[in-house]
Structures are given as structure tokens and as C-alpha cells.
Design a binder for this molecule. Structure first.
Ligand code: NDP
Length: 286
């Protein structure tokens, strides 16, 4: 599995397993077992997925079976939007993740969403509150609780504001990114500022798999549509975290390093951009 060195030196596999909607201990355990067997060493969870406890427990049980220890895997989790608030509130949210995962440290911890849960997107208190959350995460980064910190669902505007105020630069920005949502401005911003861009919903939550251009390219390379979509991201230096509970899909989604898309095929996929979001739209968060 190839990896990227984050701006603080931490190594992050370019392919990880997404776990949104992977719920219940049996399912989580079976899924992570298949993923570890197929070479995954990075797992993406979040407080709002309500599966941190199961992910942590499953890894504890499975790592020895695969001849691995805690430091061989990268665990990403995220601060839920309800935890933006006074510094103590954000810190409590961070520590709850740690407790649920039953880990001494988390490799990468992200602010999940730039706004506070329950507030209108345009609420002018949002910038100050997410800044307090960032400061709480900076403290936990400094004392080694988090090996790296970053953000998710931030726009270029949110990023500029964060970079102007932060003491620890974000290592990762995780956003929706696929051929229907080619966020070129954000990608260029991240590249210019040494921030690793990680894509979520690379398969368009599954809806891009039947896209005719994607299918055509899959046929011509002898690969699957999922592999074409994931490879397209990797070739631009973007990390991916496809979600699957199907062992065949899990295997397929990790076999991405034995082919390369021609430049004109990358461009053909870029040309599918339609500004379509299959998840959330953070552009209106003040
Ligand atoms: P994806 O784009 O990864 O698509 C997942 C869907 O595609 C599932 O229905 C899965 O079904 C199917 N699938 C996966 N692989 C294949 C394959 N090889 N062939 C056919 N179908 C396939 O969607 P997600 O939205 O789940 O995004 C991935 C991860 O990103 C999440 O799990 C989560 O960890 C993270 N995320 C982060 C967000 C954020 O706000 N920061 C928001 C959304 C996601 P099956 O299980 O049957 O294979």
C-alpha cells in the first residue's frame, strides 16, 4: 500500500477503508478483518458514525490475528459538530472518541464540519466556535494524543481563515471529491499549502459506478469502474477511503497500484464535473 508523508512527517496510506454506515460489532469485525487481509492499514471513522467503539474493539481483536500491532495502522476519527463550543466542550468531544476507540492516541483527528450542530449555517458565531475546537485539538496534538490534526468539509474560505489563525497547520483536508465534483480550487490550495487532500465518496456513494465514461474506461483498462474512479484520485495525489462491507469490493478497491490512467483519460473524467454533491454542502456555513 503506497502512502503519503503528511506535513508533520506522519505517514498516511493513500487508500483507507471508510466506515460510514458500517454498524454493529459483527459487521464491523467482518469488514475490518477482510480489509486487514487485503492490506488496508488505514481506517476512517467519526463520532457521528456511532461505530468508534466497535472499530476500536474490532482492531484490538484483529490486529494480533494479522500479525500487526497498533502502530501498524492509522486510525482517523472526527469531532462531531455538536462538540463545537467552549474549549472544554470540544476537548470533551475529542476525549470521548479516544475513550470509545479505547486507544491511547488517534493518528489523525479531524473537525468533521465547520458549523455547530443545531445552528443555522449562516450563524456568525460559527467561525469563533470552530476556532476554539481547533485550539482544543492543537493542545491534544501537542501532548501526543493526536499524531496529526486536520479538518473536513471546509471550503477554501474556511481554510484561509484557519491558516491565518492556527498555530498547528492542518495536515489533511477531507472533502467530497469525484468526477462529478472536481474541486480544483481546493486541490490547488491544498497543494500550495502542504495539506494532503483526502477524498470521501470517491464512488459518488456508488452512483458513479454506472457512469458511461467510467464504464468505458474500466472496459478499456480491464479494471472495474470503482478502480478507475479511485485511480483517478490517486493520480492527482488525492487519498481515498472507499466504504464497502463486501469482501470482493474491499479487495478490488485496494488493487490500484498495477495500472495508470493516460493523461487524456484523467482529463475525460475531469470533464464530467457537474458540481454535483452526493453528501453535504458546506458552502453556506459562515
Ligand atoms: P463511497 O463513494 O465510498 O461509496 C460506497 C458505496 O459504494 C457503498 O454502497 C458500497 O457498497 C459501494 N461500493 C464500494 N466499493 C464498490 C465496488 N468496488 N463495486 C461496487 N460497489 C462498491 O461512499 P461513502 O459516502 O461511504 O464514502 C466513503 C467514506 O468516506 C465513508 O465511509 C466515510 O468514512 C467517509 N465520509 C466522510 C464524510 C465527511 O463528512 N467527512 C462524508 C461521507 C463519507 P458495498 O458496501 O455493498 O460494497
Amino acid at each position: 500500500m503506497e502512502s503519503v508523508k503528511l506535513n508533520n512527517g506522519v505517514e498516511m496510506p493513500l487508500v483507507g477503508l471508510g466506515t460510514f454506515k458500517v454498524r454493529g460489532y459483527e459487521v464491523v469485525c467482518r469488514t475490518l478483518d477482510a480489509a486487514l487481509g487485503h492490506g488496508y492499514r488505514s481506517f476512517d471513522t467519526a463520532a457521528v458514525y456511532q461505530n468508534e467503539r466497535d472499530v476500536g474493539r474490532a482492531l484490538k481483536e484483529l490486529l494480533p490475528k494479522h500479525g500487526l500491532s497498533r502502530q501498524d495502522v492509522v486510525i482517523t476519527s472526527k469531532l462531531g459538530p455538536k462538540s463545537h463550543g467552549e474549549e472544554a466542550e470540544a476537548e470533551a468531544g475529542c476525549l470521548q472518541s479516544l475513550e470509545a476507540l479505547d486507544c491511547e492516541y488517534v493518528d489523525l483527528y479531524l473537525i468533521h464540519w465547520p458549523g455547530k450542530q443545531g445552528w443555522r449555517s449562516g450563524d456568525e458565531r460559527n467561525p469563533a466556535w470552530r476556532q476554539r475546537s481547533w485550539e482544543a485539538m492543537e493542545s491534544l496534538y501537542r501532548n501526543g494524543t493526536f499524531r496529526a490534526i486536520g479538518v473536513s468539509n471546509y471550503t477554501a474560505g474556511h481554510m484561509r481563515e484557519l491558516l491565518a489563525k492556527c498555530h498547528v497547520r492542518p495536515a489533511v483536508l477531507q472533502v467530497e471529491y469525484h468526477p462529478h465534483l472536481v474541486q480544483s480550487e481546493l486541490l490547488a490550495f491544498c497543494l500550495a499549502n502542504g495539506i494532503h487532500l483526502q477524498a470521501y465518496s470517491s464512488l459518488g456513494t456508488g452512483r458513479l459506478l454506472a457512469e458511461p465514461t467510467v464504464k468505458g474506461l474500466a472496459d478499456s483498462y480491464g479494471k472495474t469502474p470503482a478502480q478507475v474512479l479511485l485511480r483517478w484520485a490517486l493520480q492527482q495525489g488525492i487519498g481515498v477511503i472507499p466504504k464497502s462491507t463486501d469482501p470482493e469490493h474491499i479487495a478490488e478497491n485496494a488493487q490500484l497500484f498495477d495500472f495508470r490512467l493516460a493523461e487524456e483519460d484523467v482529463e475525460a473524467l475531469n470533464g464530467l464535473h457537474s458540481d454535483t454533491r452526493y453528501c453535504w454542502d458546506p458552502r453556506h456555513v459562515a
